[in-house]
Unconditional design. Structure first.
Lengths: 425, 84
């Protein structure tokens, strides 16, 4: 097979990007145990530790359970994450992150030493056959970080807009120009893009700006499955899991987002349903790249210090951060699991992270990658109206600086027979 | 039938995992605030349509414009302009 000049066969064949964004788990918690199987994976040696509030060193342990351990929900708001990263060293010049404050942070919620130690637990790989299976079969990122050391809404905003418009919390944020969402930009280029939320009772986390102004870009998970089956998948799809337990037409719908303290196995089933739906359609399988990523770490331990990054175009004031200092969006949040699935990715790819002068990814990498995908065969000059063209091309400083991930698609396709299929019935 | 023989079985969560009475966390509580905010915008738009006096609508263009806006709430998926 031949590709266009400077383009791999896999990239040449790419017609669809699908992103599944899960909730609130750190890299080490979900994938750290893989280091024992593959030392290239920047996971856990077993010697990483934090001091608890009795000054006792507490090492990471492979004791994570599917449900029931992380209740209450560990703090992952901006001041809480600041404590987790900097170990309680107050704001000031020369302060260095050390990843030593996770137990301290969790202790503050219940003043329970035994409970606070559980923040160091991680999953043995065999307990997560879908996520760890896909990570080992396709590509795992050693250096994918949440965009902000803070909670869900602002982190997800980076996946949609390449910025959170100065927000570091969960408040409603209104769109502030000039950066349009990646869905709106795709539509301006005549491309198709959709956010698939699970169902009505689960709704979407991208409500205020897009749902009220651009409802045509939304669909349900049921539609996603049909669109995969009937070859109608848009060029870019963002899939949201089920965020809550509720009654469905077919019985109990268990939350699948893996947010503590939701059931991890249900999230594994959800991932496998998406993977299987793509795999089941041979044309789709050969022309789709699926990224599974988590929005943020949820207050759970990870050993890699989040790197500094390009500042965004707005700052968050001290009263918004709650740490006594403003934030320029010049540091990434805690590392999260990220796995790239495509038959064009060589089996067992491990993408080095910043710890070994590798590459750094964050959620702004998502719109940056989708734009690159659109531009592979689209000339913006064809947009005649200057304002529309500018709306299409404008990208936040963080998005402009973000690394992209389509170069991991190669000329060689993994044999279908060697790829997994998940049975969850 | 699967296109591969490499079948991986995944365990299901126990029935006890389902708990509608679990207290909603901060994320879900924030979601309800966002939902309400988004609804408010629609309410404002609906109120703006309700205050239009039907007697003030004189032309076919005005009727179609009004109908299109109303239909966007009554039947969102059917309110598009039909192309040639």
């Amino acid at each position: 097979m031949e590709a266009h000049a400077n383009m791999s066969v896999g990239l040449d064949k790419l017609k669809h990007i699908v992103v599944l964004m899960m909730e609130n788990r750190s890299f080490d918690h979900m994938l750290g145990g893989l280091k024992t199987k593959d030392p290239r994976i920047d996971g856990l040696t077993g010697n990483e530790f934090n001091l608890d509030t009795t000054n006792e060193p507490v090492k990471v342990q492979p004791k994570a359970d599917y449900q029931g351990q992380l209740d209450p929900d560990p703090n992952h708001h901006f001041p809480g994450v600041d404590l987790q990263l900097f170990g309680g060293v107050p704001q000031g010049p020369g302060r260095e992150a050390n990843m030593k404050g996770f137990i301290q942070s969790y202790y503050q919620q219940q003043k329970n030493v035994a409970q606070s130690r559980k923040i160091m637990y991680y999953f043995p790989p065999e307990k997560l056959p879908v996520l760890t299976g896909l990570a080992q079969q396709f590509a795992v990122f050693n250096g994918w970080f949440s965009s902000i050391p803070g909670p869900t809404i602002c982190n997800r905003a980076f996946a949609h807009y390449g910025t959170s418009f100065g927000q570091v919390g969960m408040d409603i944020f209104e769109w502030k120009g000039p950066y349009k969402s990646i869905y709106e930009r795709a539509l301006l280029a005549g491309r198709s893009a959709k956010i698939y939320y699970y169902d009505g009772p689960s709704s979407t986390m991208e409500i205020v700006n897009l749902l009220k102004n651009q409802s045509q870009i939304f669909g349900t998970f049921e539609q996603f499955l049909d669109d995969c089956k009937f070859g109608k998948l848009p060029e870019y799809s963002f899939v949201e899991p089920n965020y809550n337990d509720h009654d469905g037409d077919g019985g109990a719908e268990i939350a699948s987002d893996q947010h503590p303290d939701h059931n991890i196995q249900q999230g594994e089933i959800f991932m496998s349903r998406i993977y299987n739906a793509i795999f089941d359609n041979p044309d789709l399988w050969e022309s789709t790249a699926l990224l599974i990523v988590y929005d943020e770490h949820g207050g759970i331990y990870d050993h890699v210090i989040p790197p500094k990054c390009t500042k965004d175009f707005l700052s968050a004031p001290a009263e918004a951060t709650g740490t006594g200092a403003p934030f320029d969006f010049d540091r990434l949040g805690v590392r999260v699991p990220a796995v790239l699935v495509s038959p064009w990715v060589p089996k067992g790819t491990v993408i080095p992270g910043p710890a070994v002068s590798g590459r750094t990814f964050e959620h702004a990498s998502i719109p940056a990658t989708v734009m690159k995908f659109i531009l592979k065969n689209f000339d913006p000059v064809t947009i005649k109206d200057d304002t529309t063209r500018q709306n299409f091309l404008n990208a936040s400083p963080r998005e402009r600086a973000a690394d992209t991930f389509l170069d991991f698609l190669t000329d060689e396709m993994q044999p279908v027979d060697d790829c997994p299929y998940f049975n969850f019935k | 039938m699967a296109r591969t023989s490499k079948i991986v079985s995944i365990p299901k969560p126990s029935a006890k995992s389902f708990n509608k009475n679990r207290p909603a966390g901060q994320l879900l509580r924030a979601q309800t605030v966002h939902l309400r905010h988004a609804l408010l915008k629609h309410l404002e738009e609906i109120v703006a349509l309700l205050v239009i006096d039907p007697d003030s609508i004189k032309t076919e263009g005005e009727v179609s414009d009004y109908a299109k806006k109303v239909m966007s709430y009554l039947h969102p998926h059917g309110s598009k302009v039909r192309g040639k």
